[in-house]
Design a binder for this molecule. Structure first.
Ligand code: PGA
Length: 247
């Protein structure tokens, strides 16, 4: 099985207004010809406009979360079907900000992943340990446990990605050392092979947490790193392109 095609996804979180679409246009122009796939995950309300703007431009549009049901009485929520209808082709699921702020368990993330598959979206499923868990020597156990609990068997043969995002590295400017990243990514790969056989070798394992132009080259070339999930540094086209061009 060939190595996974790298993916760099920008997670805008709750940032960006319609004026920020200019940034997306600049990103699409600058990302032409890079050696991998590039995606922007804007706030859901910008999905339609951004996917219209980026049609044919080679940059994918993704959601940041989706409900586990397709439709229903869930005030304020958005389903994977709706994201797909608005032009998204991917969706981030189980981000640590959702796990911590909205009590999303592995079981909930697995149900959301099934909803993404029903909608034809490619899920990017996030996992990662807290600082306390790392200090207690439990990083590998926590991360591989989340991988097993959050990825339903129905993903077999389907396109999806896993994002390893240590909670303590998100938005803090701190990053694990390259050997620490490689150790976790190898453990995730072993778990994917165990769960999905050969298909597990084709799943990109993204790193996320304080990726910026100055550290992108080293992180993206580390063993078993198949791309990045980028928060803060994806908001400015120049910074995001600095990361994308390090592929
Ligand atoms: P950061 O966020 O790049 O701002 O650390 C990463 C993420 O939350 O996906």
């Amino acid at each position: 099985m060939s190595a996974p095609t790298p993916l760099i996804a920008g997670n805008w979180k709750m940032n960006g207004l319609s004026a920020s679409l200019d940034e997306a246009r600049t990103i699409a122009e600058g990302a032409k010809g890079v050696a991998g796939r590039v995606a922007i995950c804007p706030p859901a309300i910008l999905t339609y406009q951004m996917s219209q703007l980026l049609k044919g431009a080679g940059v994918l549009v993704g959601g940041q979360d989706a409900h586990w049901e397709d439709f229903g009485a869930f005030t304020g929520d958005i389903s994977a079907q709706m994201l797909a209808d608005a032009g998204a082709s991917l969706v981030i699921l189980g981000h640590s900000e959702r796990r911590a702020g909205y009590h999303e368990t592995d079981e909930v993330v697995a149900k959301k992943t099934l909803a993404a598959l029903r909608a034809g979206l490619e899920p990017i499923v996030c996992v990662g340990e807290s600082l306390e868990e790392r200090k207690a020597g439990r990083a590998l156990e926590v991360v591989t446990g989340q991988v097993r609990g959050s990825l339903p068997a129905e993903l077999a043969g389907k396109p999806f990605a896993v994002a390893y995002e240590p909670v303590w590295a998100i938005g803090t400017g701190l990053t694990p050392s390259t050997p620490e990243i490689e150790e976790v990514h190898r453990a995730v790969r072993t778990t994917l092979l165990d769960l999905f056989g050969d298909h597990g070798a084709a799943v990109p394992i993204l790193y996320g947490g304080s990726v910026k132009p100055s550290n992108a080259e080293e992180i993206l070339h580390a063993a078993e790193v198949g791309g990045a999930l980028v928060g803060g540094a994806s908001l400015k086209a120049a910074d995001f392109l600095g990361i994308v061009k390090a592929l």
